[in-house]
Design a protein around this ligand. Structure first.
Ligand code: SAH
Length: 464
């Protein structure tokens, strides 16, 4: 996959200063998905072109399980377009190779940073979901002159029609840093395939890279939605900043088949119901919902009289606000209001506010924590808060195989830092139990498959 950027600004070799890349050198950088080679096919005072060649390692992608999800067919893990097209990997490469330029820093030619330069961008293969029209609607409002070459699916079988792949040439007089930001955001938007780096911080990245142009872009909504890959909560967060005056409506539309969305929903409901059952069974009166998100479990807890005190905690203020809204906390009768409290806090730090509770539910949260911080989490929960009962659920990675034809990659879009097999979860949970003097019992969550188990797994810890 090749990206080129050329200028005819005089002297054109200034491009090397702006990008912090010496025209006489070939440089190779590593990213986790492969290598980036940077070189200059031409470097004269009249015209200079820098090339970024992205050499994706498809086997490595599968090994690091960062590759495509295998939605279509069994070999798709290995046989796919990722190594050959501009995708979110290209954004990763641009950010890695040209970070200084993107930040608008240039030691040797500071005056050029804010100068609009005659620039030309070549993208050898860009998948454009939404076709030529959408591609033009993304770049033209930003001032680009767009020329395209559409590619057939197969030149020996013209009746198969055109593919979604284009060779793209963009010309504009713009600041270089803006061009890099446009490419960083818009390439994955056009590709609209799985992005392997979606997480909370993506909202910040989008807002940072979109500064100065995204708010006024006519396709702002599509760009935001696709960049965040239709992730409801993240997209809402971004819209909340981009469109502060507009109402943020419920769930954003997801581009998944109905039945997949339905299945995912019911799985989550099942998880919550099993959790609720275990909390009821424990006899707990004072309960914690740690990493409560938008308050789905809290809603169920409020309905049960057994729970006299309910505390929801989350690190995300935005999620807590949504929870507060969804639960109509402001409108509850005083007695009900006194039963529930929402607080912002992190499970990675010991917190006095979590003491004195009978039980804690931690539903689909641990996989959002960096594996290296799990020990801190364990201390917070099992040593300091130390409720009689702790209920933890997390995905069972073995079950991902079952999603092959449907929601493959269901877990990949979210902010998961790891996913565990049943054995891995058991080992981790059993070690904690023995270290902190709890007993642990394991429960399946969701429909059981003889080979790979259930989609989610639960550990119920009780003090010995
Ligand atoms: N338990 C909820 C939400 C699960 S999503 C449910 O089942 O619907 C994971 C949640 O964990 C998110 O709301 C995220 O903000 C929260 N989270 C991630 N890291 C956290 C941390 N260090 N401390 C507390 N919450 C955290």
């Amino acid at each position: 996959m090749l990206l080129t950027i050329s200028t005819t600004h005089q002297p054109a070799t200034d491009l090397g200063y702006l990008l912090y890349k010496h025209p006489a050198k070939v440089q190779t950088l590593e990213i986790s998905q492969g290598n980036i080679h940077i070189f200059y096919p031409e470097a004269t005072e009249q015209k200079t072109t820098i090339a970024l060649l992205l050499d994706i390692d498809p086997i490595g992608l599968v090994r690091n399980s960062k590759g495509p999800s295998g939605e279509g067919f069994a070999l798709e893990h290995y046989v796919n377009d990722r190594p050959y097209v501009a995708s979110s990997f290209m954004s990763v490469a641009i950010a890695k190779a040209f970070s200084t330029a993107m930040n608008g820093t240039c030691k040797d030619r500071p005056e050029l940073v804010d100068e609009k330069l005659p620039l030309e961008v070549g993208i050898s293969v860009l998948p454009a979901r939404g076709g030529e029209t959408f591609l033009r609607r993304l770049f033209e409002p930003l001032g680009y002159e767009v020329s395209l070459k559409a590619h057939e699916l197969d030149s020996s079988f013209l009746e198969w029609g055109m593919s979604r792949y284009f060779t793209v040439n963009l010309k504009a007089r713009l600041r270089l840093r803006d061009v890099l930001s446009h490419l960083y955001v818009l390439i994955p938007v056009l590709d609209n395939d799985k992005h392997y780096w979606i997480g909370e911080h993506e909202v910040e990245k989008l807002l940072e890279k979109g500064e100065g142009w995204l708010k006024t872009h006519p396709e702002q909504e599509q760009i935001t939605r696709r960049y965040l890959k239709n992730l409801g909560a993240l997209t809402r967060q971004a819209f909340a900043v981009l469109l502060p005056d507009e109402e943020i409506t419920g769930e954003e539309q997801e581009e998944l088949p109905e039945e997949v969305i339905e299945k995912r929903k019911t799985l989550h409901e099942q998880r919550l119901i099993v959790t609720l059952e275990q909390l009821l069974k424990s006899g707990a009166k004072r309960v914690l919902d740690l990493g409560c998100g938008e308050g789905k479990l809290l809603r169920l807890l409020l309905k049960e009289k057994q729970f006299e005190q309910i505390l929801g905690m989350d690190v995300s203020y935005r999620s807590l606000e949504i929870a507060k809204d969804k639960l109509h906390l402001d409108r509850l009768p005083t007695k009900q209001q006194e039963r529930i409290k929402l607080i912002q806090g992190s499970l990675l730090y010991k917190d006095k506010r979590l003491s004195g509770y009978d039980a804690a539910a931690i539903v689909e949260v641990i996989e959002h924590l960096d594996a290296s911080r799990l020990t801190a989490f364990e201390k917070t929960v099992f040593a300091f808060a130390r409720p009689q009962t702790v209920i933890i659920t997390t995905p069972n990675i073995e079950y991902n195989r079952k999603y092959e034809t449907l929601a493959a990659g269901t877990f990949r879009h979210s902010d998961h830092r790891f996913e565990w097999s049943r054995a891995e979860f058991k080992t981790w949970a059993s070690n904690i139990a023995s270290q902190y003097h709890y007993q642990v019992e394991f429960l399946p969550v969701g429909p059981e498959d003889a080979e790979v188990g259930t989609p989610s797994q639960m550990g119920v810890f009780t003090i010995n």
